[in-house]
Structure formats: C-alpha cells, structure tokens
Ligand binder design. Structure first.
Ligand SMILES: CC(C)(COP(=O)(O)OP(=O)(O)OC[C@H]1O[C@@H](n2cnc3c(N)ncnc32)[C@H](O)[C@@H]1OP(=O)(O)O)[C@@H](O)C(=O)NCCC(=O)NCCS
Length: 167
C-alpha cells in the first residue's frame, strides 16, 4: 500500500521481506554513526516489526522509501510518536542508504511526511530529534522548514529538537 508519492519516491508500509534492503542502511556503521549501535539482521527484522505494530496501533510509522526508477527500498522516512520533556510529539525520521546520500531524497520524503503529519494526522507541530553532531540531518531539517527549538537529553544523549508548527 502506497502512503505517499513524490517526484522520485514512494513511501509504503514495510513488509518483513524488506529486511535485506533495509539492512544495507541500518547495519551500515556510517549511516548509524549517531546511534548507540548498528543493527544486525535480527535487529532489522525487529525494527520492521516494531513499525508494523505502529501502523496497526497508530496508523503510521516509519515507512519504506522506494526509488520509483528502480523499485528498490533505499531507506525509510515517516512519522513516529515520541515523548519529549513529558509531552507527546510527532517526529519526522529518515535514513538513506549511504551510496545515495546527497541527492535530496531525505528532504523530498520528509516534506511529503510533513504534509501527512499536518493534514492527515492533524498535528499542530512536528519535530525531529537530532544528535547535535549530525550536521547532515540538521541540514535536512532546515531544508524542510524546521528550525532549532531546544536542546534536550533524550534516551540519555544530548539531542537538538527541530520543530515546525502548522501554519
Ligand atoms: C541525514 C540523511 C538522511 C540525509 O539524506 P540525504 O538524502 O543525503 O539528504 P540531502 O541530499 O539533502 O543531504 C543533506 C546533507 O547531507 C550532507 N551530505 C550530502 N552528501 C553527503 C555525502 N556523500 N556524505 C556525507 N554527507 C553528505 C550535506 O551536509 C547535505 O546538506 P547540503 O545539501 O546543504 O549540502 C543521510 O545522511 C543519512 O541517512 N544519514 C544517516 C542516518 C541519520 O543520521 N538519520 C537522521 C537521524 S536524526
């Protein structure tokens, strides 16, 4: 099921068969540099299951980012609920396979997810939680209209909270 379509990408729900394509992203030490650990294959399968539970429970989660020209899954992007400073926020998240960085795929998918968050979910605000050192991700947030709101400790690590309000 396609959730969103952009010029070059489709976002759809992950299925268990996506594990190998997603492992090329979430098992890559460069892509996971700002995370506590890379995921092994079982970890990627569990990650997909976690998002499938989110689709069932909340109607959304991190979706598979599919390159229309080849049909390949090249990453993920979507919306998850996160508790930040005691408030539930809707977060835009994204990961792209390393050999495809720099083509603007993350901002393209993030913009579409932003539209979904404001229109379909009716969120008043969308955020991204980003490690301060993750300059590439901070650029994606800026390019998609978010601005630095505050810094917090989240899951024991310093994070910048980028935010955009519904206009
Ligand atoms: C952050 C990320 C999703 C950006 O995806 P993308 O599709 O490459 O996004 P863009 O093409 O718009 O590039 C964004 C920035 O990445 C940096 N960048 C681009 N190409 C790069 C490359 N080959 N190597 C390293 N950084 C690069 C640049 O700073 C760029 O900003 P600019 O356009 O102002 O120059 C991607 O780098 C990634 O998957 N990182 C690992 C996962 C991650 O950190 N996710 C976010 C967690 S908060």
């Amino acid at each position: 099921m396609h959730i969103l379509e952009t010029e070059r990408l489709l976002l759809r729900e992950f299925v268990p068969e996506d594990v190998d394509a997603l492992a090329l992203v979430l098992s890559d030490p460069d892509a996971m540099r700002y995370y506590p650990a890379v995921l092994n294959r079982a970890g990627v399968a569990a990650w997909i299951e976690r998002n499938r539970r989110r689709y069932a429970d909340a109607g959304h989660g991190l979706w598979a980012m599919v390159l229309k020209s080849s049909g390949e899954v090249i990453g993920d992007c979507g919306l998850t609920r996160q508790c930040v400073d005691g408030t539930e926020e809707v977060e835009i998240g994204y990961h792209v396979r390393r050999d495809l960085w720099g083509h603007g795929y993350a901002p393209e998918a993030a913009c579409a997810s932003q539209g979904y968050g404001f229109r379909q979910l009716g969120a008043a605000r969308l955020i991204s939680l980003i490690r301060p050192e993750n300059l590439a991700s901070r650029r994606v947030a800026e390019k998609t209209g978010l601005s630095l709101w505050k810094q917090v400790i989240w899951r024991d690590l310093p994070h910048c909270v980028y935010a955009i309000r519904k206009t």
